[in-house]
Design a protein around this ligand. Structure first.
Ligand SMILES: NC(=O)C1=CN([C@@H]2O[C@H](COP(=O)(O)OP(=O)(O)OC[C@H]3O[C@@H](n4cnc5c(N)ncnc54)[C@H](OP(=O)(O)O)[C@@H]3O)[C@@H](O)[C@H]2O)C=CC1
Ligand SMILES: CC(=O)[C@@H](O)[C@H](O)COP(=O)(O)O
Ligand SMILES: [Mn+2]
Length: 383
C-alpha cells in the first residue's frame, strides 16, 4: 500500500524537494494534502501533478482565486483552520512540516494529535516548544523523523545503538555565507551577500540563519529534543564542505558519520521511507573528486548567537522560545532591508537579556513569550 503524504509548506525549498522525491517513487507514495502560503501558481501546478484531496492557502481571497482555476477533485481551504485541516487530513500517514518558523507549532501538534508520523523539517517548533511537541509525540506514539540534514545524519548513525552509550553528538556547520569575513567586515553586508550560502540552496530565512550561526544554535536545541541528549554532550564543529552531515561518538571513542553530497532529497527521502531505503534522485558522492574534508572549532566570539542559543537551551523554559521568535522577527526586518545584518544579533541579545524565562511553559505561555519577543524587536528597530 502506498504511503500517503501531507506537506505543510509545499511551495518552499523543502516542500518542492519532497514532491520531487515523491515524483521519483510513484509506486511508493501519494499526496493526500498540501498547504502553502501565497504561491498559488506553483500550488496549482502541484495540484495538477499530484492530485491531492485537499489544499490550504493563506487567505480566503487566494483560496477563491485558486478554486476558480482548478477542477472539483481538490478541496481548497484557507487560513489557520485550513492548515490545521491539512495537517490532520484523514488520508495522510506522514506529515512533512516544511513551513518556516514557529507558526508551524499548532499544525505540527494537530498532526501529532491525529496520529500522523512527522517528517520534521520545521526545527523552530522544537526550539519554541520542544517539551510539548516531544511529550505529545510520545503520548500519541508517533515518530518524529528528522528531515534536517544534521539530525537525519545523527538518526542514521544511531540506528540500533543504545542511547546511554553515546559520548557526544558532533553537529557539523558550514560556517555560512560569511565564514571567511571578520566581524568588522560584517557591518555593511547586504541581503544578497547573506543569501549566498556556500553549499546549500535553501529558503531565505534559514540561509540568513546559517550566516549568523543561529541555524546551528537552533539545531543544537533540536538535537537535544529529538535525541534526549544533554547540551554538554552536543558539540559543533565547522566543516566547510558540508559532506559529513554530522556524527556520533560512542563511549569507546568510535565515531559514526553520515556522508553525502549536500542534497536535501536524501534526508527527506529517508524520513519518508524509514526504516527502509530506496534509490535516490540525488547524485552519489564521488570520493575520487573530493579534494579534502576540513574541520575547525567554532569561534564563539565571532558567532555569539550560537553561544546564546546553547545558553538559552540550558536555561530551558521560554528562553529558547524568545531566542527563536526574536531571531525570526529580526531576520524578517533584515530581509526587508530595515535593519543591518549585525542588528540581528543585537536584537536577539536584547530579547534574551530582558526576558525572564518561564519554566515548563504551557502553550499559552509560549505563545505570549513569542508575541512579546516579536513585538519588542519591532519596537526596538523603530526607536
Ligand atoms: N531549505 C532547506 O534546505 C532546509 C530547511 N529546513 C527547515 O525547513 C523549514 C522550511 O524551510 P524552507 O523550505 O527553506 O523555507 P521556504 O521559505 O523555502 O518555504 C516556506 C514554505 O512555507 C510556506 N508558508 C509560509 N507561510 C505559510 C502559511 N501561513 N501557511 C502555510 N504555509 C506557509 C511557504 O508558502 P508560499 O511560498 O506559498 O508563501 C513555503 O511553501 C524551515 O523551518 C527550515 O529551517 C531544515 C533543513 C534544511
Ligand atoms: C541543509 C540543512 O540541513 C541546513 O540546515 C544546513 O545545515 C545549513 O548549513 P549550515 O547551517 O551548516 O551553514
Ligand atoms: Mn541543517
Amino acid at each position: 500500500m502506498k504511503k500517503r503524504i501531507a506537506i505543510l509548506g509545499s511551495t518552499g525549498s523543502i516542500g518542492t524537494q519532497t514532491l520531487d522525491v515523491i515524483k521519483h517513487h510513484p509506486e511508493q507514495f501519494e499526496v493526500a494534502a498540501l498547504a502553502a502560503g501565497s504561491n498559488i501558481d506553483l500550488l496549482e501546478s502541484q495540484i495538477f501533478t499530484f492530485k491531492p484531496k485537499l489544499v490550504s492557502v493563506a487567505t480566503k481571497e487566494l483560496a477563491d482565486r485558486l478554486a476558480a482555476r482548478i477542477g472539483f477533485g481538490t478541496r481548497v481551504v484557507y487560513g489557520d483552520e485550513g492548515i490545521l485541516e491539512a495537517a490532520a487530513h484523514h488520508e495522510a500517514d506522514v506529515v512533512v512540516t516544511a513551513m518556516v518558523g514557529s507558526q508551524g507549532l499548532r499544525p505540527t501538534l494537530a498532526a501529532i494529535e491525529s496520529g500522523k508520523h512527522i517528517g520534521l523539517a520545521n526545527k523552530e517548533t522544537l526550539v519554541s516548544a520542544g517539551h510539548i511537541v516531544t511529550e505529545k509525540a510520545r503520548k500519541h506514539q508517533v515518530d518524529l523523523i528528522p528531515v534536517d540534514s544534521e539530525h537525519s545524519a545523527i538518526f542514521q548513525c544511531l540506528n540500533g545503538e543504545k542511547r546511554e552509550q553515546i559520548r557526544k553528538l558532533i553537529v557539523t556547520a558550514s560556517g555560512g555565507s560569511f565564514r571567511d569575513r571578520s566581524r568588522d567586515e560584517l557591518k555593511d553586508v547586504t541581503v544578497e551577500d547573506a543569501l549566498k550560502h556556500p553549499n546549500w540552496s535553501m529558503g531565505a530565512k534559514i540561509t540568513i540563519d546559517s550566516a549568523t550561526l543561529v541555524n546551528k544554535g537552533l539545531e543544537v536545541i533540536e538535537a537535544h529534543w529529538l535525541f534526549g541528549i544533554p547540551y554538554e554532550q552536543i558539540e559543533v564543529v565547522i566543516h566547510p564542505e558540508s559532506i559529513i552531515h554530522s556524527m556520533v561518538e560512542f563511549q569507546d571513542h568510535s565515531i559514526m558519520a553520515q556522508l553525502g553530497n549536500p542534497d536535501m532529497r536524501v534526508p527527506i527521502q529517508y524520513a519518508l521511507t524509514y526504516p527502509n531505503r530506496l534509490p535516490s534522485p540525488s547524485a552519489p558522492l564521488q570520493f575520487g573528486q573530493l579534494r579534502s574534508l576540513n574541520f575547525k572549532s567554532v569561534d564563539y566570539d565571532r558567532f555569539p548567537c550560537l553561544r546564546w542559543a546553547i545558553e538559552c537551551g540550558k536555561q530551558g523554559g521560554t528562553a529558547t522560545t524568545v531566542f527563536n521568535a526574536a531571531n525570526e522577527a529580526a531576520v524578517g526586518l533584515f530581509l526587508d532591508r530595515r535593519i543591518s545584518f549585525l542588528e540581528i544579533e543585537s536584537y536577539i541579545e536584547q530579547a534574551i537579556t530582558e526576558h525572564h524565562s518561564i519554566p515548563n511553559p504551557s502553550l499559552e505561555e509560549i505563545a505570549e513569550a513569542d508575541r512579546w519577543a516579536r513585538a519588542s524587536v519591532l519596537k526596538w528597530s523603530q526607536a
